[in-house]
Design a protein around this ligand. Sequence first.
Ligand SMILES: [Zn+2]
Ligand SMILES: [Zn+2]
Length: 177
Amino acid sequence: MSANLPSFRYHPDPVASGSIRESADTCACCERSTGWIYTATFYTAQEVNGQFCPWCIADGSAAERFEGEFADSYGLDGVSEETLEHVTRRTPGFRTWQDPHWLVHCNDAAAFIGEVGYTELAAHPDALDQLRTDLRLGGWHDASQLENLLTHLGQGASAMLFRCTVCGTHLAYADAS
Ligand SMILES: [Zn+2]
Ligand SMILES: [Zn+2]
């Protein structure tokens, strides 16, 4: 954890996940060089010349100034308007092959941990079980094919790992290239 960065409830370690990296680049919003720059998604109709510093993400100024969002609201069902706004406009997003989306647990958005392969996912059996169930419901009826997909996560397809901000349960969804 990088001590001097703003804290993000729904993306607690964006340096570890790769969404924020050390950089001398200036922020497209505040035009300062803070030593850190955002690297992932931002959806806006406006032209943005560069990326943002973590502080302009955390205080909402980047999203406000450029009328954009860091994450799609897809999947954020059953959370409050405030949480929706917090996740989409004041939280660093992350890169995926498919459109990134947030998972929900205990009526709150979950915290994004990072993209993981099978070994890291298996360290959280709750997330592995939940992902297996979701994939089965999603049409993966052949058990051996499903286990093959799961054990090969990290090679082509990977899992996006989250942790519930309320109860601590781990959750994941699969992202395929
Ligand atoms: Zn800034
Ligand atoms: Zn929960």
